[in-house]
Design a protein around this ligand. Structure first.
Ligand SMILES: [Ca+2]
Ligand SMILES: [Ca+2]
Length: 507
């Protein structure tokens, strides 16, 4: 699910317990033995589900043995990611998950959805505010010399010094940011100059399709990825807007289901492996993998999802790719003892459950090594919707906030960027914050071509503007405190190590 704020979700106000770090020991041995899969057992024999099957090792013998076990259990392999030991499988037998988990060489296995492959599901509500021709003309009249026509409204660029940075170094053509999202409209005049088709694909279904245009959104309503791409790398070309790193390249890796726009785990596994194998230096991940907002390690399906996606993102890190992800838009405290998740699974009927964010993970943002980005508005205060948490948030960046109003021509506190079909519009969300940080990471990579992902992350944090916790936080201004920030000025739960700084990245 794209990390756009839809409705506010209830967050349990519970006291903070012992502070733990966001990174977790991968597949902790102390985790309880998973119970049987409710998702698989609820499925009728005539309907097929998708699965990930993760092997204990990646040697040829183990892979062959697990492949035989998958067949014996009635599964058909859709794609094999041998180097990370992940099979993408379709199976209609509701006992498939249980049977294959018992097979030799299998570390974890589970369904990646709760509704059959043929099910349509629901579509996310549109949240975009489109820019009209009249608004565009008024904006262009207000542009200063040297500015892009719509730049007067781009308070977010000035907030992180990206307008100044572009004058020093707009980023290198040798750096590509991969947008793992709903697809990117590369025909947009602000994206075409910087688009890298040879590093783009569709990963829908868990198998890469590199045919021309496969990376484009399935519908103009699937605008999310095109907006994200513009925030990162819209060109300084005298047209429309500018991105944070207008000199770098941007690629589109589409993972959204063409019908229901959900981001299934097998597509995301494919996307990280594709990015790593195609020399992509930075990926942006403004979503959580569907259908679970939080994946609990004591559930066999959710555990397998965490395992598979984590293998893929670690593989990308090892090949030199820095992965950044949005923190989420539920105003949840990811360091709390308990969170109310009332939106999962989102491909069938959500069930209300209370989860512990230390053992149930928002994927990929809570995976080890992934840069977790919270959102701020023009007042440099946490956006009302942004998820937070001490030890979880790495860094903050502008994602917009409709309650924080800038002194711009349109007085709109959200983020203006590209939309499919040559259009422009405003969106807010941690989905918009992460691309700003990804743009800064791309500038850093341009200045330090040999820096590892860990080094890039450390540089970005060291250069970020320290930002202390507010004494009291009422994001929507209704007089009721909405969240409590923990930690000191140099590092805390709202802003992590601070708000990203694009100008320092190029100096
Ligand atoms: Ca432009
Ligand atoms: Ca409030």
């Amino acid at each position: 699910m794209a990390h756009l704020p839809a409705r506010r979700r209830a967050a349990l106000a519970l006291p903070i317990g012992v502070a733990l770090t966001a990174t977790f020991g991968f597949l902790p041995s102390a985790a309880a033995a998973p119970a049987d899969s409710p998702a698989a057992s609820a499925t009728s024999e005539s309907s097929s589900l998708a699965y990930v099957v993760n092997t204990r090792s990646t040697d040829a013998h183990t892979l062959a043995s697990v492949r035989r076990s998958i067949s014996a259990a009635g599964g058909s392999v859709v794609e094999t990611y041998a180097r990370i030991g992940v099979f993408v499988v379709h199976a209609s037998d509701p006992g498939f998950g249980r049977q294959v988990r018992a097979a030799r060489g299998v570390a974890s296995a589970g369904a990646t959805r709760t509704a059959p492959l043929s099910a349509a599901g629901t579509t996310d509500e549109g949240a975009v505010q489109k820019l009209s021709k009249a608004q565009a003309d008024r904006l262009a009249a207000r542009a200063a010399p040297g500015q892009e026509p719509m730049e007067a409204d781009q308070w977010d660029l000035r907030d992180i010094g990206a307008d100044q940075a572009a004058k020093i170094n707009p980023g290198s053509r040798k750096v590509t940011v991969g947008v793992i999202d709903t697809g990117v409209d590369d025909t947009h005049p602000d994206l075409a100059p910087n688009f890298s088709a040879s590093q783009s694909a569709s990963c829908v279904g868990g198998k890469a399709d590199t045919s021309p245009g496969a990376w484009r959104p399935a519908s103009p309503d699937h605008y999310h990825g095109t907006h994200v791409a513009g925030e990162i790398a819209a060109a300084r070309n005298g047209v429309g807007v500018a991105g944070v790193a207008p000199g770098v390249k941007v690629a589109g890796i589409r993972v959204a289901d063409p019908v229901n726009e959900l981001f299934y785990p097998e597509a995301v596994v494919c996307a990280f492996v594709f990015a790593a194998d195609h020399g992509i230096e930075v990926t942006n991940n403004s979503y959580y993998v569907d259908p679970w907002q939080y994946n609990c390690m004591d559930d066999p399906d959710q555990r397998a999802i965490v395992d598979a996606v984590n293998r893929a993102q670690l593989y990308a890190q090892k090949k030199g790719t820095l992965n950044l992800a949005s923190a989420g838009n539920s105003n949840h405290d990811l360091d709390a003892d308990a969170i109310l998740d009332d939106s999962s699974p989102d491909d069938s009927t959500p069930v209300e459950r209370t989860i512990d964010p230390h053992t149930c993970f928002d994927v990929p943002t809570q995976l080890k090594g992934v840069v977790t980005v919270s959102a701020t508005g023009v007042n440099r205060t946490k956006s009302y919707y942004s998820t937070y948490g001490r030890g979880v948030i790495d860094i903050a960046a502008p994602g917009g906030d409709k309650y924080q109003i800038p002194d711009t021509p349109s007085k709109t506190g959200t983020i203006l960027s590209t939309l499919p079909g040559g259009q422009y519009g405003w969106l807010q969300g941690t989905s918009m914050a992460s691309p700003h940080a990804a743009g800064v990471a791309a500038l850093l990579k341009s200045a330090h071509p040999k820096a590892s992902p860990a080094r890039l992350q450390a540089l970005m944090k060291a250069q970020a503007d320290d930002h202390a916790c507010p004494t009291s936080y009422d994001g929507d201004g209704d007089g009721v405190v909405d969240a409590v920030c923990k930690g000191g000025k140099a590092r805390n739960g709202f802003y992590g190590s601070g708000i990203v700084n694009a100008l320092k990245a190029v100096k």
